[in-house]
Design a protein around this ligand. Sequence first.
Ligand code: ADP
Ligand code: MG
Length: 325
Amino acid sequence: MTEMASGEFALIKKYFAPLGATDNNKGIAVGIGDDAAVLNPSPGTQIVMATDTLVAGIHFPVSASGAAIARRALRVNLSDMAAMGALPKWFTLALTLPVAEPAWLEAFTEGMAKDAKAYGCSLIGGDTTRGPLTVTIQMLGEVPAGQALTRAGAKPGDKIYVTGNLGAAAAALAYLEAEQPSVSVQGLLKRYYLPEPRISEGLLLRGLASSAIDISDGLLADLGHILASSGAGARLWLDKLPLFPGLEENQALLWGMTGGDDYELCFTVPAGREREFNQLLQTENIVATAIGEIVAGSGVVCLDSDGRWVPVDTFLNTKSGYQHF
Ligand code: ADP
Ligand code: MG
């Protein structure tokens, strides 16, 4: 119970209960409407859990639409499932609202229902409170026991890959801050609000990738987490970095290296599995680019197209991944 009092129950019943289901086919024994949900994990699996909070004015502009916020909140959590090689199944929604505005709530729940359906996960519960607009989603997924991808397994000699391309979300934010939206910014904004969680890629990488992470804080920062967890270093080939096409030339590499919010996967593949992996890229239509290799030691060494060393400070002096504190 919260200070939204009796209105809270009507609100949950009207907007959120319809998104949920008690469905044994989906492993939901008890869904929305009790004190807690009861779930049946598939036999032989482990549960993978992630939570991400989006705060208005920090994780999305205050002006963003309800639908855009809902979909982004769901997708950033789905991206964590992808990074672990997990299949998303269930999620909870803790929603803090300044006011219960029907039009906003309708847009929000419509956006959420759309993506929940597209990615095959169901709302199983949550919490609704009054306060500054904040959306917390907790996502639960499954992996066959022992097969979760982690940040910790990269070894010297492994190739480093990223899916898709980088830099669009950072560019979108830069343009938003500059308050000069134009038609050409639409494509960038779409990449910011509707990142594509790489679920199918994550599932295919199980048993093949030696480590994986999703790029939420920027390639340098997130690859840094793989290196720290794996106890290794990396050599990056800057000219191989797949950048979102058409970005301002003097900014593109910086956005690609340090811009957060792209939600592509960065992962490593052992040299001995390289052929198998390249075959998989073709048969499964995965877009992934080799951008470097894991080396002994620590930290990142960047090389330009002539193999010349580019100091990593070139990127770090400006910003290396978003940090809240
Ligand atoms: P309790 O007081 O036992 O915590 P609540 O009154 O907060 O229960 O919630 C009643 C039911 O509605 C619970 O099943 C809860 O999970 C669900 N619920 C509350 N808010 C949301 C929401 N935003 N989205 C989905 N389910 C919700
Ligand atoms: Mg509650």
